[in-house]
Design a protein around this ligand. Sequence first.
Ligand code: FBP
Length: 574
Amino acid sequence: MVAESPVAQDPQAIINDLLQDDSPIRLERLAYQPPLIPVFREGVGALRPLEGFNLEVLKAARDQLPYVSDNKLVQIVPGDVLQEHPRRLGIVLSGGPAPGGHNVIAGVFEAAKRAHPDNVLIGFLAGPKGIITNKYKEVTAELIGTYKNSGGFHMLGTGRDKIDTATKMEQCRETCRHLELDGLVVVGGDDSNTNAAFLAENMRDIGVQVIGIPKTIDGDLQVPGLLQIPFGYHSACLSFATEVGNLNSDCKSDLKYWHFNRLMGRSASHIVLEVALQTHPNVVLIGEEIEEKELTIHNVVRLIADVIVERAKRGMNYGTVLIPEGILEFIHEINMLIIKISYIIANYDKEAANSETFHALPIEDQVQLIDNHDIWRDYDSRVYMGLPTELQRGLLLPRDSHGNFQFAQVRTDRILLDMVATYLRKQRGRGIYKGTFRSQNHYYGYDGRGTFPTKFDCDYGYNLGVTAYSLLANGCTGYMAAIRHLHLPVECWEPIGIPLAPLMHLEERKGRLELVIAKQKVDLESPAFKILARERQRWALEDHYRFPGPIQFSGPSADAKPISLQLNALALAG
Ligand code: FBP
C-alpha cells in the first residue's frame, strides 16, 4: 500500500491543524490528574492541633486582628465532615502570576464537588478588584478541564489591588453578602495574604471564612518548619535555569560573550540561589550576602570584574553572571535612598491634589523636591549623584499599589554591566586587564512567571486547593493552607493550616509602618546557601556549566523538585 502523499491532503486542513490555538503540549497536559495527599483520599479530613511550634503574635497584629489572632496551628488528619447544605465559595488570584495557580482552583473545585455536588465556586475576575467591584464568573468542570496543569492566571486574571480602606472593605463585604458566600480563598504572596488576614477579620460577622494560599515565584513566603516554599517557585526557577543553561552552552561554544542575567524575584535572592544550583554560572550574586558583608555598589562591580580579569588571564573571555533583581535593596547606601524617596513620594502624593502627583512633575522638579526635603542629607545627594543616570531615574519610578519599590522596572543587569565595562577599561589602563570584554545583558522574569507548571507545582497547587477546602469545611478562617514535607513524595505530604496573624510584622510602606506578612530572605546559614558558597569558587575560574534543559512532564526528570529544597531538607533530616 502506498502512503498518502501530504500533497494529496487538503492544504487548508493541514494549515488549520498546524496553527490550532491549543499547542499539543498544552492539550497533553490537560489529561493529567494530580494525585491526592493520602489524608484526602477518604474524605475532607478533620483537624487536630499541631504542637511543637511557638508562633507569637505581635501586639500590633493583636490590636488590628483581634479575632483571627487567637487561631492555633492545625494539622489535617483522616476524617470527614458531614455537609448537609451546599456551600458557596469564592476564589481570587492575586499579585503576579505563578505556575500552578489553575491547579489551586482545580483542587478547591474538585474537593468542593466531592464533598457536595451542589457546592458552588465563584471565581473573581482581575484579582481583588473583582471582589471590590463584584466581577466574577462561576467556575465549572468545563473551565477546569480547559486550564488544569497549564501556566498563567488567565482563567480568572489577576491584579495587585490592596483592600486598604474602609470603603473597599465594605464593598468586599457587600459582594460576598450579595453572592451569599460562606468562604473565600485568596491565592497570593505576602501582600495578598495580608489582604486575606484583614478580610478574615472583617468578614467573620457576615459568616465568610477566608483562607490564604502561599503563591509567588519569588520563593519568599516561607515559615520555618511549616512552609518550605510557595507554589510557582520551582517552575519559574526551572524556566530561568533553562535559559541560563542555554547561555552557558552558547558562551562555552563561541567563547566570546559575557552574559549578564538579571533574574526576577523582588527583594529576596531565592531564585538566583536555585538557578545557580541548577546551572553553575561563573558569578553568582546573592543580595542577602551583599548586605551582610556591607558591600557598596562599587564593591559589587569589582567583585564581578575580578572574576572577569582572572578568567581572562586563563584565556577565558566569556562567562555567565547571575544578578537578583532585588540586589539594590541589599546595597545599604542605595536602599537608604529607596526608603527616603519612597517616603518623600508618599507624603507628596498624600498632600497633593490628584492631578499633581509626584510622577506628574517633570523629572528635574522631582529631583529638586527630593533635594529640598528635610530627610535628604548632603551625603544622600553625593551618593545619588555618583550613580549612573539610568539608576538615578530608576530610583524615582512609581511604587506599586502596596508601596513596594518596583525592582522589575530597573535594568540592573545593564547598569552593572556598564559599570563593570568602565572599571575594566581602567584596569586595562593600569595594565591589570588584558582580555577582551564583549557582553550581552538579559532579563528573565515575566517569561518564567507564565511558564507551564512543573509536575511538582501541578501536584502542590492542586493539593493546596484541596487543603484550603478542608480548612473551610472544618470552620477555619484567617489561616494559610500549607503542606509539609514537600521534599518527600506526595504519599508523605502533610496538609496543615498556619494562622496568618503570627506571620505579620511591621514594615515601612508608603512612608509609614504597616502590618504585613513578613518576607523570608535567603538564610545564609542554610545548607543550600553554604553549599552554593563553597561550590561557586570552582565555578568562577573553571567551567562546570550545567545544562538543565526544559521542564519535562514525563520521564524520570518529570519528578524533579527544587535543588535548594532538597539541600535544606538535609538539615531537617539531621
Ligand atoms: P508576587 O509577589 O505577587 O508573586 O509577584 C512577584 C513578581 O513577579 C516579582 O518577582 C516582580 O518583581 C514583580 O512581581 C513584578 O511586578 P509587576 O507584575 O507589577 O510588574
